[in-house]
Design a protein around this ligand. Structure first.
Ligand SMILES: *[C@@H]1O[C@H](CO)[C@@H](O)[C@H](O)[C@H]1NC(C)=O
Ligand SMILES: *[C@@H]1O[C@H](CO)[C@@H](O)[C@H](O)[C@H]1NC(C)=O
Ligand SMILES: *[C@@H]1O[C@H](CO)[C@@H](O)[C@H](O)[C@H]1NC(C)=O
Length: 521
């Protein structure tokens, strides 16, 4: 294990990887500086897998090793800041595993309590009438949004982003898959939400009639353009700081200290929570002034109650309710000739990794039992190949990717393929408004440890699930969940359906109306 740590040091020849490896390395270094190296190594040997929970001093780190970058990805919660998490005591000489399990259990309990709070804001009302429920969308100076889109050509060094950001963030159409399918990038939510909220029936132009304030800052694009360039932290933080300064001059922000404001950030929370030792990302969400507003993200920081997870955008953006119904009919009737499929890539350097084990298990069966779409050798970025496979599969394996959540979970659900999850942070601790608490209704869970340590064969385990159970799950996914996981197109009129956007906006309005009532009391 110690050897693999040193392999995570940057190699100057691979400059993109270098920065991210460096990011992983500094986090390790940070741990090392907090506890003795010996204890650290013991913890590492015991706990290291593709997912581990480390506790150092009064900080809980949930760490994931990442595929592309061979580095660590950690979510950290300072227990001091979160009074509900018991203060932790570092054991210097021995690692008490029972004690550790207990602390992890209480950290998980806090996550579950927060999700319960989020769920309590779920609304069944239809806000189409909007009485007293105005949404005000700030008209920000263009440097905070449109100008960032204008930098699409060299936003990342290896790819031109302009096509992805076209069509108000939906991307170019994909003719093969039919009406409503687009080459949507997974970081496009900032644009997709912005164009929808401008047309929301509750939108008001006078801030006095508003209850909810939408800040259309494209913070994900802001950091994306710096991720792979050698610039100082000051440069990365500057636009976010300017934005906060701009907001502080606005009356509505001052009135409630931002509590009724909402941001949609199209990347994962950690990208906005740079710790003092790393170079990765901005500090936007660590700024004191940014604590009050709600932040909607494709992956939340599990110990921040104002971070709320919303579905990763998929490639399907229906315009009408009929578009949804014809897709539902198509995938209900589909001939699912593969029992299991996995679209992904192994991680170099990690034979023991859950992905490698799943790939081995999968490829040892015939194609009808388990189909492996090798993303190292074929283009999984192209939606057609993945969606066509998922539509023909009963179960889709979803081990954690570069971070715990995966766009692929949503690709799988909207294809009627039952997702098989290995880590509760992949979905269960993320999307309280769009996925129900009872996850057995739409997914199969198998703890990573059962696969990596107990050698349970996932394909055999899944063959044991009866046809009737599969059918029930699939019906629930297709008829109950699917419409609410989609983001309709920019003019969508989905009649009887609420899409992921509508659900989100309704719940936000519900929450602010309760804030308002609490204020009056
Ligand atoms: C990044 O820029 C700094 C300051 O300009 C320079 O010292 C450093 O060598 C650069 N690093 C890389 C990896 O290019
Ligand atoms: C997946 O593709 C990569 C790159 O072409 C190759 O090295 C690897 O062996 C393939 N994996 C499997 C299981 O076929
Ligand atoms: C599948 O079911 C059979 C019979 O009930 C059982 O013996 C076997 O252990 C099960 N396999 C797995 C992997 O769950």
């Amino acid at each position: 294990m110690a050897v693999s740590i040193s392999r995570r040091r940057p190699k100057s020849s691979k400059k993109l990887e270098a920065k991210q490896s460096y990011f992983g390395f500094t986090i390790l270094y940070n741990f090392l500086s907090r506890i003795s190296a010996l204890v650290f190594l013991i913890i590492l040997i015991y706990l290291w897998s593709s997912f581990s929970t480390l506790i150092t001093g009064n900080i809980i780190h949930v760490c994931f090793s990442t595929r592309k970058l061979n580095s660590l990805y950690c979510l950290s919660a300072e227990t001091g800041k979160f009074p509900n998490i018991p203060r932790l005591v570092t054991t210097r000489n021995r690692v008490d595993m029972n004690d550790r399990d207990e602390r992890v259990a209480s950290a998980v309990k806090v996550v579950e309590e927060q999700l319960q709070v989020h769920r309590s804001w779920r609304s069944n009302k239809n806000y189409a009438t909007c009485d007293g429920q105005g949404i005000y969308v700030y008209d920000l100076p263009s440097k905070f949004n449109k100008d960032l889109v204008g930098q699409c050509r060299d936003m990342v060094p290896w790819q031109n982003f302009c096509g992805y950001l076209s069509n108000e963030g939906l991307g170019e159409p994909i003719a093969n898959l039919g009406k409503g399918w687009h080459k949507t990038h997974q970081y496009s939510l900032e644009l997709i939400f912005h164009s929808r909220v401008l047309k929301h029936p509750c939108r008001v132009y006078d801030e006095k009639g508003a209850k909810l304030f939408y800040v259309p800052f494209y913070g994900g694009l802001d950091i994306l353009r710096w991720h792979f360039k050698n610039v100082s932290n000051d440069v990365k933080d500057s636009l976010g700081l300017e934005l906060v300064k701009w907001l502080e001059s606005q009356g509505p922000w001052k009135r409630n200290s931002g509590k009724d404001h909402v941001f949609v950030l199209g990347k994962i929370s950690w990208d906005f929570r740079r710790s003092s030792e790393t170079l990765w990302g901005t500090r936007l969400l660590e700024l004191e002034k940014m604590q009050n507003p709600i932040k909607l993200l494709i992956e939340r920081q599990p110990w921040h109650v104002n971070d709320i997870g919303i579905p990763h955008p998929t490639n399907f953006h229906p315009h009408s309710g009929n578009d949804v119904v014809s897709w539902q009919m198509k995938i209900m009737r589909s001939n699912r000739k593969h029992l299991v499929s996995f679209a992904g890539a192994a991680r170099a350097d990690a034979e023991e990794n859950i992905r490698s084990i799943l790939i081995n298990q999968c490829t040892s069966f015939g194609n009808d039992k388990c189909h492996f779409l090798n993303c190292s050798s074929s283009k999984c970025d192209e939606a057609e190949s993945v969606i066509e496979l998922f539509v023909e599969s009963e179960f889709c394996l979803q081990p954690p990717g570069d971070s715990p959540t995966r766009k692929s979970v949503f690709d799988s659900l909207i294809s009627g393929c039952i997702p098989v999850l290995f880590d509760p942070f992949t979905a269960y601790y993320q999307y309280p408004w769009h996925l129900p608490h009872d996850h057995d209704k739409y997914s199969v869970f198998m703890d990573k440890k059962e696969v990596t340590q107990m050698n349970v064969n996932i394909v055999e385990r899944l063959s044991n699930i009866s046809l009737r159970e599969r059918e029930n799950m699939r019906r629930y996914i297709i008829y109950e969940l699917l419409p609410g996981l989609l983001y309709g197109d920019y003019n969508a009129e989905l009649d009887k359906f609420q899409d992921a956007f509508a659900i989100t906006m309704n719940n936000l309005l519900e929450r602010v109306s309760r804030l308002d009532e609490a204020h009056k009391d």
